[in-house]
Design a protein around this ligand. Structure first.
Ligand SMILES: [Cu+2]
Length: 478
C-alpha cells in the first residue's frame, strides 16, 4: 500500500467512524423502546438516507429524491426470515417519512406520516426494527406527494432458495416523472375539474374503450417514464450469459401510470405477484398496476442477442424498459414511443392466478362492501362505507370493492397480505398480495386476517386519487 492509498483509507475510515454520531443516542432509543415502537436488536442497523440527487432526464437536470445506503446503492436487500433493522436518516431539507410497502411491521413503524409516527425532520434519524418476514419483491416509498419526485426504492427480500438458484436477478423499478411539481399537478387536476377550463399542459385524460364502455385512462401525461431512473433513450443494459436464467423483480413505483411488461420474443413465466409466489403462468405480457410487483422468470436463447424488457404505458404508446443482452451483443436504439398504445389493464390474468401459499381456509367473521366512487369532472375520489370499516383482532375480514367509477383503482391494504377470493362475482382461490386492481365497473373481493393491530390505511395507489380522498382505515386494537 503506498502512502496515498493509506491516507485515502484513513480518511474514509474517519468518515465512517464519524457518521454514527448522527444516530439516535441510547437515551432516545430507550425512549422509543419504552413507547413500544422499537425492539432493540443486538446488531447494528443498516443505514439508509433520504437524499436529494440530480438525474439527467430528456437532457435536462432533474432534482429528485433518493433512498441511498452509504455506498450509494438505492434501496435495501434483507434475507427472508431475518430482521429488518434500519437507521433511516433524513438528509434533505424537507420533512419526510418512508413506508415499507409489502412488509408487515408493527403499526408504529409503518411510515405513513402522523399515522401515528411524525415525519422525520431534516437531519433526524429514526431506527426501524421488526421481523422482515417471508421473501418477496417489495419496495419503499414516501406516502405523500414526495413519491412523485422519485422518493421510492426497491426493498428486496430473497429466500435461501432464491440465493441458491442458478439465476441472475434483475430488479426494475418503474416510475413516471414530471418536471412539474406534484402539488401543481394535483392542483391542475382539481382546478381543471372545478373550473371546467379543459385540460392544462401535462394534465389530461384519455377516453378509452374497454369491453364496450367508455373509461378514463391516465390522469397525467408525464415528461418521462423511467426504468431504474433511465428512459429508453439511454436504458440500463444488463449483460447475461447465453442460455442464462433470469428472474426479473419488477416494481411499479409510478404514481399514476399502469404498465404491461412485454418480454418481446422471450418466453416467460410469472412466478410471484406483490412478493408472494403464484403457480407459474406462462406468457409474454404481464400487467402491473401502481404499487404492484411482478416476478418473471426468463431463459435466454443459446445464441447471442439483445432483448428489451419493456413496460408499455397503459392506453398510450410511451414505453420504459431495460435491455438484457449477452456479452458483446450490440444493443439497438429503442424508441420511447412504440407504434401502438399499450394494453388497457383488465382482470384476465388476475383470474388465472393461484397462490402457492394461500390463506388458511376459515369462515369470514365480517363482511364489507365498499363502492369506489369519483370522476374526472369533479376530481374527488372516495371509498363509500370506508368509515364503517372495523375489525376485532383475530377475525377473518372480507372486503368487496365495487368500482362504480370510470377509472381503475389499484387498492392497497397496509400491514397485511390478503387473498383475492372473488372477481366479478366469480369465486376464485386467487393470489395472495397487497395491492389489487379494480377496473372500472368491476367487483373484486379479498379476505385477510386481522392479526396486526393498528389503524391501517386501505387506499387507492394512484397517488392523486389517494390525495383526492380515496383513503380509508381498518382500525382494531390489540
Ligand atoms: Cu384510484
Amino acid at each position: 500500500m503506498n502512502r496515498r492509498d493509506f491516507l485515502t483509507r484513513l480518511t474514509a475510515g474517519t468518515a465512517a467512524l464519524a457518521a454514527p454520531a448522527a444516530w439516535p443516542l441510547p437515551g432516545s432509543a430507550r425512549a422509543q423502546q419504552a413507547a413500544g415502537s422499537v425492539t432493540a436488536p443486538e446488531s447494528a442497523p443498516r443505514r439508509l438516507a433520504v437524499i436529494s440527487r440530480t438525474l439527467d432526464i430528456n437532457g435536462r437536470a432533474a432534482r429528485v429524491f433518493g433512498l441511498a445506503q452509504p455506498d450509494g446503492t438505492q434501496g435495501l436487500t434483507f434475507d427472508a426470515g431475518g430482521r429488518f433493522d434500519v437507521a433511516l436518516a433524513n438528509q434533505t431539507d424537507a420533512p419526510t417519512l418512508i413506508h415499507w410497502h409489502g412488509l408487515t411491521p408493527p403499526w408504529e413503524q409503518d411510515g405513513v406520516p402522523d399515522n401515528p409516527a411524525a415525519p422525520l425532520r431534516p437531519a433526524q434519524t429514526r431506527r426501524y426494527a421488526f421481523p422482515v418476514g417471508a421473501g418477496g419483491t417489495h419496495w419503499m416509498h414516501a406516502h405523500t406527494l414526495q413519491e412523485q419526485n422519485l422518493l421510492a426504492a426497491p426493498l428486496i427480500v430473497p429466500t435461501a432458495a432464491d440465493r441458491a438458484r442458478d439465476e441472475q436477478e434483475i430488479v426494475i423499478l418503474l416510475h413516471d416523472f414530471s418536471f412539474t411539481p406534484a402539488e401543481e399537478l394535483l392542483a391542475r387536476l382539481q382546478g381543471a375539474a372545478g373550473g371546467g377550463h379543459g385540460h392544462h399542459h401535462g394534465v389530461m385524460h384519455h377516453g378509452g374503450m374497454n369491453h364496450g364502455g367508455a373509461m378514463d385512462l391516465n390522469d397525467i401525461d408525464y415528461d418521462a417514464y423511467l426504468a431504474n431512473d433511465r428512459t429508453l433513450d439511454d436504458p440500463q443494459v444488463v449483460r447475461v450469459e447465453r442460455n442464462g436464467r433470469v428472474r426479473l423483480r419488477i416494481i411499479n413505483g409510478a404514481t399514476a401510470t399502469a404498465f404491461t411488461i412485454d418480454t418481446g420474443p422471450l418466453d416467460a413465466a410469472l412466478i410471484a405477484v406483490d412478493g408472494r409466489d403464484v403457480r407459474p403462468v406462462a406468457g409474454r405480457a404481464f400487467p402491473v398496476s401502481m404499487g404492484q410487483r411482478v416476478d418473471i422468470r426468463l431463459r435466454l436463447p443459446p445464441d447471442a442477442g439483445a432483448y428489451p424488457v419493456l413496460a408499455l404505458r397503459e392506453g398510450a404508446p410511451e414505453r420504459a424498459g431495460i435491455v438484457i443482452a449477452t456479452p458483446d451483443a450490440p444493443v439497438a436504439k429503442i424508441p420511447v414511443r412504440g407504434d401502438v398504445a399499450g394494453p388497457v389493464l383488465d382482470l384476465d390474468l388476475e383470474r388465472r392466478l393461484s397462490a402457492v401459499g394461500p390463506l388458511a381456509r376459515r369462515a369470514v367473521d365480517r363482511r364489507f362492501t365498499l363502492p369506489l366512487t369519483g370522476d374526472m369532472a369533479g376530481y374527488v375520489w372516495g371509498i363509500d362505507g370506508g368509515d364503517a370499516l372495523t375489525a376485532s383482532r383475530g377475525e377473518r375480514i372480507e372486503v368487496t370493492f365495487v368500482n362504480v367509477s370510470m377509472m381503475a383503482h389499484p387498492m392497497h391494504l397496509h400491514g397485511h397480505h390478503f387473498q383475492v377470493t372473488g372477481i366479478d362475482g366469480e369465486v376464485v382461490a386467487g393470489a395472495v398480495r397487497d395491492t389489487v386492481l379494480v377496473p372500472p365497473q368491476k367487483k373484486v373481493t379479498i379476505v385477510f386476517d386481522a392479526d396486526n393491530p393498528g389503524r391501517w390505511p386501505l387506499h387507492c395507489h394512484h397517488l392523486y386519487h389517494m390525495a383526492a380522498g380515496m383513503m380509508a382505515f381498518v382500525d382494531y386494537a390489540a
